[in-house]
Write a protein that binds this ligand. Structure first.
Ligand SMILES: C[S@@+](CC[C@H](N)C(=O)[O-])C[C@H]1O[C@@H](n2cnc3c(N)ncnc32)[C@H](O)[C@@H]1O
Length: 254
């Protein structure tokens, strides 16, 4: 999963999980980290609706205009916004995820990686990266490169609404050790190298980036974006409402 190039069917482990959840009510997601740590999570959340949400309800209130949903999964946010009358494009690297979105009624979709996202200037007013998808920025450098690109393809008052987790808010020794090793390798502490597994399907290894609020501000610095507001949750997860930094734009114009 991730980076450039379309997924081969045997690599679309995440899509296979969504497909199984959609068709057979298969509900577990297995994620493998490169230190061997295995996590199993319920897939139910990917099919949840507005009434099931808490912090996401608050986040959706900020959405305006034309929306790009990056890594839309089974399309829960795109479908909600489409039903509310927004013009939404859901994109995902997984062909099967996009198939599920279409079957669930999402009208505008595209199989594409975040790496390949390139649209004309002023194409969107809101970019959403839900379900921890700030992580799709992968690493510090790539995040800054993509943020600058997103600046160009969005309108003057555009917002990015992105969810992540503060990786350091944990007392799990395996995670704390992983952050330490990452930093020794000159990676961000929460830059987790993971892959998705499902039955015989094995996803590609990719970096998923979890950041603290301070790290997020550092990533955004001088990209043309800044944090407008954070929405906290009961645990380490939080939403960042990110707006254009007008100061940077006006300085650039001079
Ligand atoms: C954690 S899920 C979140 C799904 C959805 N946003 C939600 O909240 O229900 C991550 C999604 O990102 C997609 N994805 C992973 N790597 C990607 C990439 N490089 N470009 C675009 N989408 C990607 C996965 O296929 C998956 O659907």
């Amino acid at each position: 999963m991730s980076e450039v190039g379309s997924l081969k069917p045997e690599e679309d482990a995440f899509g296979q999980k969504l497909w199984a959840a959609y068709k057979e009510n298969q509900v577990f997601e297995i994620v493998e980290r490169d230190d061997g740590y295995i996590d199993a999570m319920s897939l139910k959340g990917y099919f949840s609706g507005y009434e099931d949400w808490q912090f996401e309800q608050k986040a959706m209130k900020f959405v305006k205009g034309r929306v790009l949903d990056i890594g839309c999964g089974a399309g829960r946010h795109s479908l909600y916004l489409q039903n509310e009358g927004f013009d939404v494009l859901g994109i995902d690297i997984s062909p099967l995820a996009i198939k599920v979105c279409k079957l669930r009624g999402l009208r505008k979709t595209k199989v594409i990686s975040i790496e390949e996202v390139k649209f004309q200037p002023d194409s969107f007013d809101t970019i959403i990266m839900m379900g921890n998808n700030f992580g799709l920025f992968g690493n510090f450098k790539k995040a800054r490169r993509l943020l600058k690109r997103f600046h160009n393809m969005t309108s003057e008052n555009a917002l990015i609404i992105a969810v992540t987790r503060d990786p350091y808010k944990t007392d799990n020794p395996a995670h704390l050790e992983y952050h330490k090793l990452n930093k020794e390798k000159d990676r961000m502490g929460g830059q987790v190298k993971i892959r998705s597994r499902f039955r015989k399907y094995v996803g590609r290894w990719f970096d998923y980036l979890m950041v603290s609020k301070e790290e997020m501000k550092e990533i955004l610095r001088a990209t043309g974006w800044k944090v407008k507001q954070f929405i906290d949750t009961e645990d380490a997860q939080y939403v960042a409402i990110i707006e254009k930094d007008k100061l940077i734009v006006s300085r650039k114009r001079k």
